[in-house]
Design a binder for this molecule. Structure first.
Ligand code: PBG
Length: 324
């Protein structure tokens, strides 16, 4: 048999395979989400996210130092707000001494070079568990955007390097940029969750922060998973409004969207390998049905191959250990 081309030549040994690998993960690719709770020396496993924890601020600071020593360079902060501080307008989100603001300051003080990104949305602070202000059965847009802009300024003043609006209200990127400019916060970046879908895979995250919507769902603001062009529209608008980095979320069921967005914009694209995606791998591995480490690397490589320049993932530490 004579064959002009034998494609298996480039697959025949680990050395050749690594020489021609098109996608290589590095610690620079990852953003590490962190869940912070009140208290001291506290660390509690999130039941639907085995191996992932809610921590008090002192433990979080230790964790951040460890992450930095491993070569990880950015964290994305979420806080668990006390029930008695929650209200419809997310008032606690603007408290200069709130848990988020204290966390930003403590982390930047302990590890100044670590990039601190903060979630901007009302859900952890909302008595309704929605990302915006509720009137009747509606999540109102413009009044919410005003609060999101103030929240962004508050995080930036506390020292956040990037604010990351995850709420999907219309016009929030422009409003946040304007508010940052007006307050002289010219160095704060915006990582916009620009194509964020209403997804069934956020469940474990909502357990982690006790932030599940009290009524209805998030389909009037988060996107319909049937849509592709809408993701491009949303993302182009966010870039126009001033987003420095855009995001597609979730990642795994949306690899086509990541590629579509990557081809459409000239800013870095991030993807969020979300809680449900983490939980699925953990659960299957626990059952002995898949090899966890291999599944982690395959998943993260696929997200990067799809076009993600950055990946927010609960597997960041595992991945860095596996690739080093
Ligand atoms: C809040 C927010 C959510 C996530 C990140 N920011 C939940 C939601 O929109 O309901 C999900 C992250 C994950 O599932 O890992 N706006």
């Amino acid at each position: 048999m004579y064959l002009q081309r034998r494609n298996r030549i480039l697959r025949q040994s680990p050395a050749i395979r690594s020489m021609v690998a098109e996608t290589i993960l590095t610690p620079n690719d990852f953003i590490v989400p962190l869940f912070i709770n009140e208290g001291e020396n506290y660390k509690e496993e999130i039941s639907s996210m085995p191996g992932y924890y809610r921590m008090s601020l002192d433990n979080t600071v230790k964790e951040v130092k460890e992450l930095w020593s491993m070569g990880l360079k950015s964290v994305l902060l979420f806080i668990k707000c006390k029930d008695e501080l929650k209200d419809n307008k997310g008032t606690e989100a603007l408290n200069p001494k709130g848990l988020m603001q204290r966390s930003i300051r403590a982390i930047k003080e302990a590890c100044p070079d670590m990039l601190v990104m903060t979630d901007i949305a009302l859900d952890p602070f909302s008595s309704f568990g929605h990302d915006g202000i509720v009137e009747g059965s509606e999540i109102v847009n413009d009044a919410t955007v005003e609060v999101l802009a103030q929240m962004s300024v508050s995080h930036a003043q506390a020292g956040a390097d990037f604010v990351a609006p995850s709420d999907m209200m219309d016009g929030r990127i422009a409003a946040i940029r304007e508010a940052l400019e007006e307050n002289g916060l010219h160095k704060t970046g915006i990582m916009s969750y620009s194509a964020k879908y209403a997804s069934s895979f956020y469940g474990p995250f909502r357990d982690a922060l006790d932030s599940a919507p009290g009524f209805g769902d998030k389909k009037t603001y988060q996107m319909d998973y049937s849509n592709r062009l809408e993701a491009v529209k949303e993302t182009l608008m966010d870039v126009e409004e001033g987003a420095d980095i855009v995001m597609v979320k979730p990642a795994l069921a949306y690899l086509d969207i990541i590629r579509e967005v990557k081809n459409a914009v000239a800013v870095p694209v991030s993807a969020y390998n979300i809680s449900g995606e983490y939980a699925m791998i953990k659960a299957a591995a626990r059952m002995g049905w898949i090899d966890e480490n291999k599944a982690i690397l395959e998943t993260l490589t696929a997200i990067k191959r799809a076009g993600a320049d950055l990946i927010a993932t609960y597997f960041a530490k595992d991945a860095v250990k596996l690739i080093s």
